[in-house]
Every structure is written in C-alpha cells, then in structure tokens.
Ligand binder design. Sequence first.
Ligand SMILES: C[S@@+](CC[C@H](N)C(=O)[O-])C[C@H]1O[C@@H](n2cnc3c(N)ncnc32)[C@H](O)[C@@H]1O
Length: 251
Amino acid sequence: MTTDYDAIALSYPNELLYMVYVDTYTYFQLIGDVRGKTVLDIGCGRGEASQRLKLMGATHVVGVDAFPKMIQLAQQEEARTPLGVEYRVMDVMTPQKIGEFDLVVAFSVISIAPTREALFNTFQTVAMNLKPGGRFVTVGLNPEQRPETYKLIDKYGIRIVNPPPVKEGDLLQAIAVVDGEEIFFEDYYFTRATYNEGLAAAGFSQVIWHEPQISPEGIAQFGHSFWQDFIDSRVSIYLECVNTGFGQKKQ
Ligand SMILES: C[S@@+](CC[C@H](N)C(=O)[O-])C[C@H]1O[C@@H](n2cnc3c(N)ncnc32)[C@H](O)[C@@H]1O
C-alpha cells in the first residue's frame, strides 16, 4: 500500500510550517549554488522545486514522478510560465538511467519506498543518473523519529498516527491538515543503518547526515524556542551524498 499521489495531486500541501521554515530552507542550503549545473529532481510532484532550481540558474532541470497527474500539473505550469524544465513520468524505484546530472535531489520521497528492495533501487536510480563526483541531496521524513515525540509535532503541521514501528517495512502514517482537510501519507520504517547500507551499495562513499536549519523568517515569525520540539523530535532527515564514480553496483 502506498499513497495515491494522483488523488491528492491538487491538494498536496507543501506549505506546512515545518516544510516552509525548516525543511525547504535546509534543503536549498544543502543544494547550494546550482548555476551552470544540471539537476534531476526525483519525485518532483507538481514541480515547484524544479522550477525554483531552474530560476536559480541551473542549465537543465528534469523533474520525474511516477504519478501522471503530478507530471500533468507540472507540465501545465510549464506551459503557463515556460522556464525550460523538462518533466516525465518515471518510477524511480525501478533503476533506470535517463542522463548524467551534476546533482540529483529528492524532497519527501525516499521514505515512500515500501520495501528494502524499493529503497535500494531508488538509491541505484540516483547513482545511475549522477556524473562521477555528483551530489545527491535529499530531505524527508525521519523513519526513526522516536514515537514518544509524535505528540509534540502537531503544531508544525503534521501528525504521525501509527503505533511505534517494530520491524523494517512497517507502515508510518502521517496526517497533514490543510484548510480543515486531512491528507494521509504513507511512508515506511527503515533504520539509518539500512539507508547507509543502500547508499553504500549504490556507490556513495560519502554520506553526510545534516542537522535542520531554521530559516531567519521562521525565527523572526515564531521565535527560536517554538522550533525546539521540532529539532528535538528529529522529524526529518537531511542527507548529502557524493557519488565517487563507482556507483551502479548490484546489491
Ligand atoms: C511527498 S510528495 C513530494 C513532492 C515534491 N518533491 C515536493 O516536495 O513538492 C512525494 C512525491 O513522490 C512521488 N512518487 C511516489 N512514488 C514514486 C516513485 N516510485 N517514483 C517516482 N515518484 C514517486 C509522488 O507522486 C509525489 O509527487
């Protein structure tokens, strides 16, 4: 079972407090300067980050997503406001190469993989599409968030509703409330050790687990202490990985 993103393509929320003021901010801090670079955005959704990367000066941006409705909405926006971003339907959990990019990015995508094989395959897809020395930056739900902190994070726009996961592959279910409407997301529990193993198997020799960064706007608007529960609860992960050129190894 995974989330039907076609069904929530229009209502998919990327304006949740923690996304705006912490996760998206940290993501773009880690992505850094993209001028002159080629970028692949996997699980691009409606393409908001792809558009932003192109506007930041990337020479070529390709956004891929497995759900056709998401790609259709991204293409409609591209037709309305042409930036030269290319979009295509692609399942990143089936390893495949569509090019060689300086950077592969993924926001809120990796934890969707429901099995160890799907997770490792996603990392293989990333590695296969990177130039040697290219970087992979990903931000998303922390499957290992401690269950006793679930009750602390409602105020940031997300509620985790599953019982504590016991074994790898267990369902993690989150609810975002947007304009009174509850939107359910299904993600899956894998340990940090399994993420590291999958990344190593794909050829990433350097894997850096970063800390969240609160944006200046987030601090100005809510104060620093408002974010402390978010930081302590370890809601999200922030990963930067370097492909050494020895990728595409078989598991
Ligand atoms: C939580 S949303 C994030 C969307 C986008 N990155 C953003 O931040 O706005 C996850 C995205 O991953 C896509 N997705 C789910 N499974 C996928 C797969 N196997 N291959 C590619 N995309 C997938 C969904 O359609 C959805 O757009």
